[in-house]
Design a protein around this ligand. Structure first.
Ligand SMILES: NC(=O)c1ccc[n+]([C@@H]2O[C@H](COP(=O)([O-])OP(=O)(O)OC[C@H]3O[C@@H](n4cnc5c(N)ncnc54)[C@H](O)[C@@H]3O)[C@@H](O)[C@H]2O)c1
Length: 275
């Protein structure tokens, strides 16, 4: 049987690791030729080589999402090599330790952290779309998926720049869907909940994981595959009538009342959930 993404060419940003690498893997498993893009040239080469060893069509491409000239040149390279672009997964984000250290509450935020979050997390995806959209439209359309976050939907006590950039990404997606839907372009957002990437497993304190799990309606925290499967669905024609949508992929983290954990504790101690 023909695979759902056969003959499609995909670009996945932030593909050296984590969710981006898994997204590239799953898109390729569904038959796409996948360009793994990242600022980390060595990392993305290793990632693509790993997928090739798994028998998948994967190619590395190093570029910096803050640099429009590099983005334009990279899109040209993809077109020269594969002749088309059908799928873009805007997944990269700046999440280094230095970035997190500077990205705090508004009074204490380092302005450079704000600028970096906006440059990588929302200006970069806009620029990639600016250069990829004409190619996608010329080959009849395609699907763009953006990795946003629960931080883009609701307030938090820290990571102000990250959350604000992820909120902007959500509306960028809607603008793209509105402007190019009639040209066959679909643009959708996955609002990702906490996912146990290798980095997250190693760097997130257990106390934080415990809090996040308490608020997750599913029995377990998410995996990169949980996100990648939804990305592959949104990339395929199976989701052809979904456009401009925001889809939480978070095990129900943003589906419940903020007070739910406190009520669970109260009801447990009272022995009844009668209000
Ligand atoms: N992991 C989670 O729990 C989680 C939760 C919510 C949302 N998300 C979102 O999902 C996406 C992937 O998350 P992850 O945890 O796999 O991320 P990650 O930090 O492991 O990987 C991000 C990748 O982006 C690349 N990158 C950073 N700056 C770049 C630039 N200027 N140009 C090109 N590439 C650049 C990095 O090199 C890295 O490989 C991100 O957008 C993140 O905000 C993740």
């Amino acid at each position: 049987m023909l695979k759902s993404l056969a003959n499609k060419v995909a670009i996945v940003t932030g593909a050296a690791t984590g969710i981006g690498l898994e997204s590239a893997r799953v898109l390729a498993e569904h038959g796409a030729t996948v360009v793994l893009a990242d600022i980390d040239a060595t990392g993305v080469e290793h990632a693509a080589a790993l997928l090739v060893r798994e028998g998948l069509a994967a190619f590395p491409l190093a570029f910096d999402l803050t640099d429009e000239a590099q983005i334009a040149a990279s899109v040209c390279q993809v077109v020269e090599k594969y002749g088309r672009i059908d799928i873009v997964h805007n997944n990269a984000a700046i999440q280094t330790n230095a970035q997190r250290a500077g990205d705090r509450d508004v009074i204490n935020i380092e302005t450079s952290a704000w600028d970096a979050a906006m440059a990588v997390n929302v200006r970069g995806p806009m620029l990639l779309c600016k250069h990829a959209l004409p190619v996608m439209i010329s080959n009849g359309g395609g699907s763009i998926i953006h990795s946003s976050s629960g931080f883009g939907l609701l307030g938090e006590v820290t990571l102000t720049a990250y959350g604000s950039s992820k909120a902007a990404l959500i509306n960028l997606s809607r603008f793209i869907a509105t402007q190019y839907g009639k040209s066959g372009i679909r643009s959708n957002v996955v609002a990702i909940g906490f996912v146990l990437t290798q980095n997250a497993i190693e760097s997130t304190p257990q106390a934080v994981k415990d809090i996040l799990l308490q608020h997750t309606l599913n029995p377990t925290l998410g995996t990169p595959r949980n996100i990648a499967d939804v990305v592959a669905f949104l990339a395929s024609d199976k989701s052809v009538f979904i456009n401009g949508a925001l889809i939480p992929v978070d095990g129900g983290f943003t589906a419940h009342q903020p007070s739910v954990v406190h009520f669970q504790e109260l009801f447990a101690s009272a022995g009844s959930n009668q209000l």
